[in-house]
Design a protein around this ligand. Structure first.
Ligand code: ZN
Length: 318
């Protein structure tokens, strides 16, 4: 989540509680038809109210609907529920949170209120109401704290994965994979051959590495490309679904970052000196990707990771 996005959460909450008189010219997301009942809901960065803050999506099966992620505020989630209702009268049976970050879980209560069961890796339940506070800086306001502590938690958690059925023959696979937070789920719908990646895939967009383990993340992306060569991949951020080549390009960014930093660290160099050495290389190679504000933090966080001093969310107590 960017600083702008955090501000977006605050603005959206104001709007949700009637404090704002915001125009509604740009809707918070645009639907992308992926075929076979699978849809991506792509964040509109230009939206001025009810911001989505991230991508989400849904799968319409024979006897129900599965939603993947619920945006950064309830107003955007309500709009996605309305969009689903326009396409299907079937019940929304499940919500899957791909990870705990605020911009993917803040609309959970909207779908739970409509009867959905919210599912996620066990670390999402462990971190959602605590780790999300850090996105508001050192001193969150009382309102921000209340919002985070009031987030709707997953009803069902798992350690390795699960299968959610949308009819007798349509099992949608939920699979725990490592890299972005340590509690990420990839959702694969075989019938449409769509992989919802959450924030394990950023399409031509620089990623947030605040909780990342990039070594494991590269391995995860290698596995996804190998196992789903012909699939459509919905990114957590980025302006459209991608193919295996786009996932590989993102994998190569993480690998390039690791390699350039390891080289810069030779002789015990770290911190600012690593940023100075690596930033021009990233600018030259990835200057046209979205979210350039993550360039420097990505270098610092990976520098810390490679030196073994990076702070990661503590494993949740069961
Ligand atoms: Zn994330």
């Amino acid at each position: 989540m960017t600083r702008a996005r955090v501000m977006g959460v605050a603005a959206a909450l104001c709007a949700a509680f009637g404090a704002g008189a915001w125009g509604q010219a740009v809707p918070p997301f645009t639907l992308q038809d992926l075929g076979g009942g699978a849809w991506a809901a792509i964040d509109n960065a230009a939206a001025k109210a009810d911001e989505s803050g991230s991508n989400a999506g849904f799968v319409i099966g024979a006897d129900g609907v599965l939603v993947v992620d619920t945006f950064e505020n309830p107003a955007a989630a309500k709009k996605m529920l309305e969009a689903i209702r326009e396409k299907a009268t079937l019940p929304v049976k499940y919500v899957v949170n791909t990870h705990y970050h605020l911009d993917h879980v803040a609309g959970n209560a909207v779908f739970a209120g409509a009867g959905a069961v919210v599912m996620a890796h066990e670390n999402v339940r462990g971190w959602e109401r605590t780790e999300n506070l850090k996105f508001f800086g050192e001193n969150p306001t009382a309102e921000q704290r209340a919002m985070v502590e009031g987030l709707y938690l997953p009803d069902v958690t798992y350690e390795r994965g699960a299968t959610a059925f949308l009819g007798p023959k349509r099992g949608v696979e939920l699979r725990y994979m490592k890299g972005h937070t340590g509690g990420d789920t990839v959702v694969w719908d075989a019938e449409s051959n769509v992989v919802f990646c959450g924030d394990l895939f950023w399409n031509k967009t620089l990623p947030n590495l605040i909780d990342a383990s990039t070594k494991e993340w590269v391995e995860t992306l290698d596995a996804l490309v190998t196992e789903h060569p012909g699939a459509k991949f919905v990114p957590g951020h980025g302006d459209k679904a991608g193919d295996a080549g786009d996932v590989k390009a993102f994998r190569d960014y993480l690998a390039f970052l690791r390699e350039a930093i390891a080289k810069a660290q030779t002789g015990g160099v770290n911190g600012d000196a690593v940023v100075k050495a690596v930033l021009p290389q990233i600018k030259a190679k990835y200057g046209d990707w979205a979210f350039p504000e993550f360039m420097e933090p990505d270098i610092r966080r990976t520098d810390e990771e490679l030196r073994g001093v990076k702070r990661l969310p503590p494993l949740a107590m069961k």
